[in-house]
Ligand binder design. Structure first.
Ligand SMILES: *Cc1c(COP(=O)(O)O)cnc(C)c1O
Length: 226
């Protein structure tokens, strides 16, 4: 990806994000996380030079390699993929700024234990399967609040910062909106428990997500397109 292209991709995204967020409230601040899972470290460096600092990966090994190789840049790393139990220690050692895809109480308990052994803490989002799709990870929306509270009570090494969700994988905009609205309602009721991030929206649906109240979007293909 050329520098000019990266600047153009980022400018277009920011323009669209601004329009969407201002249509809701000029107090809605939206954080952009560039999902770089299909991209080289050269592309990440190019996008960084265009002005993008936060990146997300969905494989622990890729996150480790890219974070190490780009160590000289002040990047902020997020993990957004499924975390296998045997990769927990690796993720703890990488120390991402946010683990967005904590998707069960069982995983939380295991992660909490391993964090304790290493005397570390980790910022996490609880992933909610708001579209009720079998192919997607995440807790059921009807269980989300109780699981969030159980993690707060039982996992002192996990610092819960909010929720994450992937929009319904359908054409029907109303259905996507419904899944975002469900996540936003859960997020709102968790604000008193310290929830700060409502992470929803990808390349195909980030404007809809922001209009539904998202304050963190995860955008891959439209930021890295040639
Ligand atoms: C890949 C991915 C994204 C970004 O998807 P794009 O459609 O390329 O923007 C966002 N969130 C998660 C969890 C992903 O795995």
């Amino acid at each position: 990806m050329k520098k000019e292209q990266a600047v153009e991709n980022l400018d277009t995204l920011i323009t669209n994000v601004e329009a969407a967020r201002l249509s809701i409230s000029d107090h809605l601040i939206v954080k952009i996380v560039a999902i770089s899972k299909y991209n080289s470290q050269e592309d990440i460096q190019t996008l960084y030079e265009a002005g993008q600092r936060a990146y997300g990966e969905n494989k622990v090994q890729d996150l480790k390699e890219k974070a190490e190789n780009l160590d000289e840049f002040p990047l902020e790393w997020h993990f957004v993929g499924r975390l296998q139990k045997n990769k927990i220690n690796n993720l703890i050692d990488i120390a991402p700024s946010l683990f967005q895809s904590l998707d069960s109480l069982e995983l939380a308990l295991e992660l909490n234990k391993k964090l304790g052994v290493k005397n570390k803490k980790m910022n996490c989002l609880l992933q909610i399967n708001s579209a009720h799709e079998e192919s997607k990870a995440g807790v059921k929306p009807e269980d989300a609040i109780s699981i969030y509270n159980e993690i707060i009570e039982n996992c002192p090494n996990i610092v819960l910062k909010g929720v994450m969700s992937i929009g319904a994988h359908v054409e029907d905009e109303n259905e996507i909106k419904r899944s975002f609205g469900l996540t936003k309602n859960i997020f709102d009721s968790l604000i008193e428990k310290g929830a700060r991030y409502c992470s929803m929206g990808m390349s195909s649906d980030y404007e809809l997500a922001i209009k539904s109240g998202s304050n963190m979007i995860r955008v891959g293909s439209s930021l890295f397109k040639d």
